[in-house]
Design a protein around this ligand. Structure first.
Ligand code: ADP
Length: 188
């Protein structure tokens, strides 16, 4: 079983690339953002709690997303591999994922990190706001908060995975096709 992580700031193109990777390689795409938006759409208790946090640009508690990921792994024992998108987003989540995968007899095979400058992140999210209508894309202050959280909480994962030797960086300021062509050789 292969386990891959798509890392990168909001708007870097993780979701777009995940779809292309899944078409080509058949891995199961797990986006914690999509799962959380599903909870919100169904108006579950979890969704109600998460909506408030997401719409102010903060991260939901580690335990919640860790639980979601574990459920997905348990529910899908026969897939070829997993492509995590938007998870892990904190060092605690990364450590928890390592423990989880060890239990399942696996490990993180590769971390594919799509980089993008803050100014471009901002532009892309403002553009996406008009297309997808996501509430957390609408307010400049929320976008800034998400960028700040990325630097504070998620960026430390770069050193975490560099030390483990499975970290790869791809420039995100390129065409969808070019980013995909750079990602593909990093997947089995
Ligand atoms: P983007 O990459 O554009 O920020 P996502 O769909 O990955 O969008 O995430 C949307 C929001 O969902 C995040 O801003 C955060 O509030 C919440 N979220 C998603 N994944 C996680 C996670 N692993 N840990 C905590 N919060 C998360």
């Amino acid at each position: 079983m292969n386990y891959y992580i798509l890392l990168g700031p909001p708007g870097a193109g993780k979701g777009t690339q995940a779809k292309l990777i899944v078409e080509k390689c058949g891995y199961l795409h797990i986006s914690t953002g999509d799962l959380l938006r599903g909870e919100i759409a169904r108006n579950t208790e979890l969704g109600k709690q998460a909506a408030e946090i997401i719409n102010r640009g903060d991260l939901v508690p580690d335990a919640i997303v860790e639980g979601m990921i574990k459920n997905k792994i348990v529910e899908n024992p026969n897939v070829k591999g997993f492509l995590f998108d938007g998870f892990p987003r904190t060092i605690a989540q990364a450590e928890s994922l390592d423990v989880m995968l060890e239990e399942f007899g696996g490990k993180v095979d590769s971390v594919l990190s799509i980089t993008l400058d803050d100014s471009l992140v901002f532009e892309r999210i403002q553009h996406r706001a008009q297309i997808e209508g996501r509430k957390d894309d609408a307010e400049p202050a929320t976008i800034q908060r998400r960028i700040a959280n990325y630097h504070d909480k998620t960026e430390p994962l770069i050193s975490y995975y560099k030390e483990k030797g499975n970290y790869h960086e791809i420039e995100g300021n390129d065409t969808i096709e070019a980013v995909f062509n750079n990602l593909l050789p990093l997947l089995n």
